[in-house]
Ligand binder design. Structure first.
Ligand code: UTP
Ligand code: MG
Length: 830
């Protein structure tokens, strides 16, 4: 059977000048003349989204396949790709429908892989075919891709940095080496102007083309993309034809076909930009997805006729549909979107932030450079965050500093003049007039100090349980947010809807304006782990650089090996410690039985204590239903033996858990010198008896006295010396009177050098001694924190849960966050 014939046989009109490459499924253009080709282009563009490509057809016949696929809608065309190796056998098919909806139905998630076609219509034998979206591409010989614009070079940066020793200077130098220069910016603005002109001349006189993103926010690296928002404006008077453009017609509206578009355009009309027009009125809404898709197609159609635009690629399936293209002369990548002005306005906000203080732009660029180096931020998919999200993380950091460099956004919104500009109901206005804003405290931190501070801040907080908000200007606990919405949000609680802000993601970073949007909602676990590793590793290297600066020191930060710790699971405290009020849970590293025992022995020399700790281990195991005496099962069958092995393993695990509990108790009681709850109760009773006038202070304000004041009252607590009680794993409640996490590092080097012979745990004990010698806590004030610890076996690992019982302000957060990194690190070093 001949190809042409079969098409006629099935009563489908196949356009004669279209032929199909059977093995690629791509329709190739057969026309020779340019105008005809353009006509065909347009025709095909019209069909975009209305076709499906089908292969793996087996021995199916056209009639049965057509019968099956006609149930989804009216078929307008079928193109057959014949199997080259076997006559009359179909290799693939393209079916075009009248409506896009038919294609969407066929490709819907439910149906996509379930197209079982009856081999003979009406019979039971079925054959599964593979169906995908029909992609159309030009077979026209393509001109070579324009060379990309000059990009930043890490090699060059490193060479240039090596002549500076001062870290602040190196950060300044990074900005100079990477920033867009005047010319680059002009180039990008010219692209926007030309696009605007093109659309204006072709039926959209009111269109507004606005660049956004790194081109305008002050943070663009050399060679960065241009993000463009195109508002087509009022309904066109001389509308662009929605059907195929007929290039044979004298009324062709696409006047730019091959001539008349070049950069001289700008020179002729230097002020002719519609670029700086703004949307009139204060309310603007988003185009619906459908209308954005239409605009994307229309724009792609128009851009194809601009000789300066190449590689035009509409992406209609994205959350925000865009047309991608490359500006031919400069090689600059452009992304054009049509959704709303939100991106233009939030870019203005970022620009405002970068201009608030001279340190902010170099700081942000240096951080962006580090993230780019490790491919942790930017576009192009993968397990990373967007540069926009990274910028917002830096903004939050600068807002929450003790002496902030930026105001929270809600503060900026309190000082706006006139009506706020709303986009989709969200307030996108902010006051950019510094003279109207409350003054910020003087902050004299250096650039590198701020840089280190950023990595320190994010390596010390448990991102997984936090909520980061540039609107609030701080980081708060997610659970707090669920319990009570901060008052700054009053009148805008929409974002807590289940489909709103996704609070259960690895990172929850709220968009400053569109409060329902979590900028990190798509970050996968691998990306999260790498990000956490990046924060830690960069911060650790920063500490070394602070101690010993060297020429080109920043280069060390660009040559790290960032490896996420694959062994660390991220347990959900609520899930692991069901029924308790555990606030934070983390895994403890696995330490060998021998090491564990060695350290337990050092601290449990007291016979009574030893007996107490080991007794309690055995006692608990005896109580445990799993812990049957395995020796009784000698004569059992193979099955029983294997059960016994399992049982023995469980017993061993349970035993180890008890030992870990003792170890944790040793660390808390001896190394960090927390008081056991029991001891605290005893002391309190004792101190109450002494306190004859009954002037016990429990007033909140007094609780917040700085430590220096408290030290003057010399009511020292004795260190828990020989009491075995705290080491009993059942005593898991601890009373904390001193900021054991603060300034500890200061004594570290000294103690470790002076007390070489001591074990790690003993050295830690000495560090606490040193630390505590600086002040004496007073017992008649309530303690800073009372907390409980819990150990559980989670997915074969030891997991530690920390539960807050009582705390002065949010001090427990500091303690827990510190313990989260301190304990695993300490245990690894045993
Ligand atoms: P990018 O993440 O591309 O940032 O977002 P960028 O600064 O342009 O970085 P590079 O140089 O291209 O890598 C671009 C703009 O898109 C909007 C913002 O306006 C941002 O400035 N955007 C991006 C959002 O509004 N929300 C997002 O989640 C991401
Ligand atoms: Mg961008």
């Amino acid at each position: 059977m001949e190809k042409g014939l079969s098409c006629r046989l099935c009563n489908v009109q196949i356009t004669s000048y279209l032929d199909m490459d059977a093995h690629s499924g791509i329709i190739r253009m057969g026309g020779k003349n340019h105008r005809k080709r353009q006509f065909q282009d347009s025709k095909r563009e019209q069909q975009e989204g209305k076709g499906v490509y089908i292969n793996q057809l087996g021995d199916l016949k056209l009639s049965s396949t057509q019968a099956y696929f006609s149930q989804f809608g009216t078929i307008t065309n079928i193109f057959i790709g014949w199997d080259k190796a076997k006559q009359d056998k179909m290799y693939s098919l393209i079916i075009e429908y009248e409506e896009e909806a038919s294609v969407q139905k066929i490709l819907s998630r439910d149906l996509r892989n379930k197209h079982w076609v009856p081999v003979v219509p009406g019979e039971r034998k079925l054959h599964r075919v593979r169906v995908s979206e029909r992609k159309v591409s030009n077979a026209r010989p393509r001109s070579p891709s324009p060379p990309p614009p000059p990009q930043i070079s890490f090699g060059e940066i490193q060479v240039c940095l090596s002549v500076h020793t001062d870290m602040d200077e190196q950060i300044e130098e990074i900005m100079r080496l990477t920033e867009l220069c005047e010319e680059d910016i002009e180039e990008r603005n010219a692209i926007c102007k030309n696009i605007s002109k093109t659309f204006a001349m072709n039926g959209y006189p009111n269109c507004v083309v606005s660049p956004f993103g790194s081109t305008v926010n002050g943070l663009g690296f050399r060679g960065c993309d241009v993000d463009i928002y195109l508002d087509l404006g009022e309904k066109p008077t001389n509308s662009i034809p929605s059907g195929p453009v007929d290039f044979t017609s004298d009324e062709n509206p696409l006047m730019l076909a091959d001539e008349g578009y070049d950069d001289s355009f700008n020179q002729q009309q230097p002020n002719g930009s519609s670029n700086d027009q703004s949307v009139s009125g204060k309310q603007s809404t988003s185009s619906s997805k459908e209308s954005q898709v239409k605009k994307v197609r229309l724009a792609a159609q128009l851009l194809r006729h601009i000789p300066h635009c190449s590689r035009i690629h509409p992406i209609t399936g994205a959350r925000v549909p865009i047309v991608k293209f490359i500006h031919r002369r400069t090689g600059i990548n452009c992304d054009m979107s049509f959704k709303n002005r939100a991106s233009v306005l939030n870019s203005e906000y970022i620009r405002f932030c970068t201009e608030m203080d001279h340190r902010i732009r170099p700081l942000m660029m240096a951080i962006r450079l580090v993230f780019k180096r490790y491919d942790m931020a930017g576009g192009g998919g993968g397990a990373k965050i967007s540069n926009y999200a990274l910028t917002m993380m830096i903004i939050v950091y600068l807002q929450q500093l003790e002496k902030p460099l930026l105001h929270p956004l809600h503060v900026l919104q309190q000082f706006i003049d006139g009506e706020p500009e709303l986009v989709d109901g969200w307030n996108f206005s902010f006051c950019a007039d510094i003279s109207k804003l409350p003054p910020l405290p003087v902050n004299k931190q250096g650039l590198f100090e701020l840089f280190c501070g950023f990595f320190k801040f994010y390596s010390e907080i448990d991102l997984n349980s936090k909520f980061l908000s540039p609107f609030l200007g701080k980081v708060i606990d997610r659970y707090v947010l669920k319990e009570r919405l901060p008052e700054e949000y009053s009148g805008r609680p929409e974002f807590l809807r289940p489909e709103g802000l996704l609070l259960d993601k690895f990172i929850c970073l709220q968009d400053p304006f569109e409060l329902t949007f979590n900028m990190c909602r798509n970050l996968p676990e691998r990306g999260y782990r790498t990000l956490v590793a990046l924060f830690h590793q960069v911060f650790n290297t920063c500490k070394l650089l602070k101690e010993s600066p060297c020429p080109g020191g920043f280069n060390k930060l660009l040559n790290l090996e960032i490896v996420p710790d694959e062994n660390i699971e991220l347990p959900d405290p609520m899930q692991v410690f069901d029924g308790t009020n555990v606030y934070m849970a983390f895994l403890l590293p696995d330490i060998s039985e021998v090491t564990l025992q060695k350290h337990l022995d050092i601290f449990t020399t007291d016979i009574q204590e030893k007996a107490a700790s080991t007794d309690s281990i055995e006692m608990t195991i005896d109580d445990n239903t799993l812990a049957k005496d395995t020796t009784e099962n000698k004569d059992n069958t193979m099955q029983e033996e294997s059960q016994n092995t399992e049982l023995a393993k469980d017993v061993a695990k349970e035993q180890k858990k008890k030992k870990i509990e003792v170890l944790i108790s040793i660390i808390f009681c001896k190394c960090l010198q927390f008081m056991s709850a029991k001891e605290y109760e005893d002391k309190k009773t004792c101190s109450k008896t002494k306190d004859q006038d009954g002037s016990q202070r429990s007033n909140e304000d007094e609780l917040c006295q700085p430590d220096e004041k408290r030290t003057k009252l010399d009511l020292s607590i004795e260190k828990p010396k020989d009491s075995f009680l705290p080491l009993n794993p059942q005593n898991n409640e601890w009373v904390v009177y001193h900021h054991v996490w603060a300034g500890r590092k200061r004594f570290h080097a000294e103690v470790y050098a002076m007390k070489e012979d001591l074990s790690v745990l003993e050295k830690e004990m000495h560090i606490t001694d040193e630390q505590r010698s600086k002040y004496t806590p007073m017992l008649d004030l309530p303690p800073d924190i009372i907390f409980k610890h819990h150990v559980k076996i989670y997915q074969n690992h030891m997991c530690l849960g920390l539960e807050m019982v009582q705390s002065r302000k949010k001090l427990y957060e500091n303690l827990f966050t510190w313990l989260r990194s301190y304990l695993p690190e300490l245990m690894k070093s045993l």
